[in-house]
Design a protein around this ligand. Sequence first.
Ligand code: HEM
Length: 349
Amino acid sequence: MLADDRAELVDLLERWTLAAEQMTAGQPAGTGAVDGDVRLPPDDTGEALDLPASGLSITFGFGPSLFRDGEGTDRFGIADRQPDALRELPHFPGDILDPARSGGDLCIQACADDPQVAVHAVRNLARIGFGTVSVRWSQLGFGRTSTTSTSQSTPRNLFGFKDGTANVKAEEGAALNEHVWVGDDAGAGWLAGGSYLVARRITMTIEVWDRQPLGDQESFVGRTKGTGAPLSGGEEMTEPDFDMPGSNDQPVIPTDAHVRIVHPDAHGGVRMLRRGYNFVDGSNALGGLDAGLFFIAYVRDPGTHFVPVQLAMSKNDALTEYLKVTGSALFAVPPGAGPGEHVGQSLFA
Ligand code: HEM
């Protein structure tokens, strides 16, 4: 937020809501790209003309700094509504965060089956906010890395492994209530029915990974690369057996395997809705891919459902040798806007 004015923030959210409604319906923003006054810049930038809505969804979030800035100033009169769980994430071992790719007062996640439609949405929302907001950082991703419905087949991440096998699925209503949606009892009534979005830009050292033997890659993950079955046997959806003995007095799923370290059994049963994407931002100075996983997870409380899991991963997970976390952010995602409401209306009511 460039502006410090509450009315300006609410006005922005109203204008964003209207534009989001238009664009998710496959329409251009405002009066469109070509139907306005020829003496004025068009309301819409035009690159999504002739394209369908492409399943566009737009999700907005509020960062901790929207409630209190770095000096603790309550810029928008909402500090008393900051949820206890909405604090900057702690520093995790191995994080090499770029401040220019971290944090933010507001967030927009636009997803679509066509990247041109997603980029069009973000570009036009940023444009609508010109003078009130500026873009701090952005990340383009592709090829979702997690299944979110039982109707999808599991996609793969850039390590070549199936990703999303054990994810919370849209069909699991009870699990969504328990692990993803913020409840009425969480102490921030305006956020009930919303969620928290954790974003982590995780660079993967692709070329180093590609030199590891297949057996080692599978040991790091704890699943086979082909079918995604746990190393303890069965098929993709078979529950891992972490007690099954392997060779050398070691369990067959190694003690530092990713799926063991992050498994709900190791964290009091907590699960998260992973909603990440692969990314490739060209090449780095060594000629390797500047690539990785733009990890996004939705949880009902980052303090219980993300921080302990990430901490365990940073300390003990075999995968971390091939990862560098270069960006990080946390946002509270308000519940969906009903007819006639603007996004985040409950926060300002
Ligand atoms: C580039 C980084 C990462 C890679 C390549 C990766 C890869 C994978 C793979 C291949 C699986 C197994 C299939 C599945 O159930 O989806 C998995 C599962 C999982 N990952 Fe990751 N992951 C990464 C980062 C993270 C992070 C940062 C977290 C959270 C702190 C996380 C949490 C989980 C969880 C909760 C599961 C499901 C475990 C289960 O219930 O069996 N992952 N990941």
